[in-house]
Design a protein around this ligand. Sequence first.
Ligand code: CO
Length: 499
Amino acid sequence: MQLHERASTVPLNSYDRQDWQKGYESVTQELDYWVEDIEGEIPPELNGTLFRNGPGLLDVDGHRIHHPFDGDGMISAIAFSNGRAYFRNRFIRTTAYVEEQKAKKILYRGVFGTQKPGGWLANAFDLRLKNIANTNVIYWGDKLLALWEAADPHRLDPYTLETLGKESFNGVLADGEAFAAHPRFDPNSKFDNDEPSLVNFSIKPGLSTTITIFELNPAGEVVRQHAHSVPGFAFIHDFAITPNYCVLFQNPVTFNPIPFVLGMRGAAECIKFQPHQPTKIIIIPRDSKKPVQMLETHSGFVFHHANAFEQGEDIYIDSICYESFPEVKSESDFRQVDFDALKPGQLWRFHLQMSDKTVSRAQIESRCCEFPTIHPRKVGRPYRYLYMAATDGEAGNAPLQAILKIDLESKQRQVWSVAPRGYVSEPIFVARPDAKSEDDGWLLTVVYDSAHHRSDVVILDALDLNKGAIARLHLKHHIPYGLHGSFAPISFAPAETVV
Ligand code: CO
């Protein structure tokens, strides 16, 4: 009887759709203030600045954009200093942002389907890219850079977040040239006397695709750059590195540009998933002297990789996989997305056997997850702990409301959830000074609290998520759901007035 009752009970959602939608309201104010409304205590030894990037505007003067990925980039900075925290947010003054804010209307098409008013005739043959600088923000070579994968970075002042202009790395990047939004930071590059190295890529898609690898030294100079052509169209958002290799997944998609050219769809809406074709795994040696290798695995789609590492000749890579590419529909409203119809993103480990060029894979986590992060010193190395944003429920797709820690050795999990009224973002791991283990540190995440329509910056103890938040910093406003960010070990707070 009890079993029967359970089977017939429709599970309640862990979230309320109207609550979730409010997190996509635009922010128009640019603010700076010391955060005073704090539950718990900021650890005094946590010093540095959390930078977050994401769409700040979901409309241009009331004209809605079609997809959050088309939203103008806004940086939020939370500078921690001696137990206090300073908040600041600024929009990136991209050319298009400045022009559209002045004109009070949409002047550019977005890759994810935002169209200029006036129907397809007004959009046909306008193939300009709007560099919205909204995907990631990094601090490298004393420069704060806002990244968007299809064009060049914007440089910002790390204290004021003022936009300083576009960054070419001493002329290496041409104006508008792509530089991906997912650099990887090798903590000890074997090619640079164990100095840290920023490794990134760019994609120039076409009938064949050119992948360029860039490696930058700690001074921010490009010290290695090599380009490779692979057959077919490629849409590659992220990659992974090991001490010797860059690993990229070329998922099976095709691109038909005609509806884009004719002004009927955004470029990303012209991508079609090919479920019967394999994913190609592209392995590019970082020293560029050895040949590129290609392996094949199951179809599917990956936005984000957690990490990769080498063991003997073989490579392991942990990635969040979807059964297919979640196609963006031109007629749909993202606020009405049917989560129950979407397949979950799940974590898989791929084992690339280089001797016979075969790939095997095993699922690590079936709970829907995204935004994987690890200890920065473990990038490209064998590692034990993984942190992700995840759904509150163990099955199906839903908004991300929990932080999930996985111990890959013991297989133990910890889940910290803010359901039903909270929504999490990418967790960032910061090691404690004098840490004693790989997970000895903090997780920083921005949580949208729909009950108060504001965001909290939450500090968790990465050793034990079950302890709950160490501190919740209540901001005075909300930050729309963000994408990626990073932690710089320098506190960019203004000097405190000595009392
Ligand atoms: Co990403």
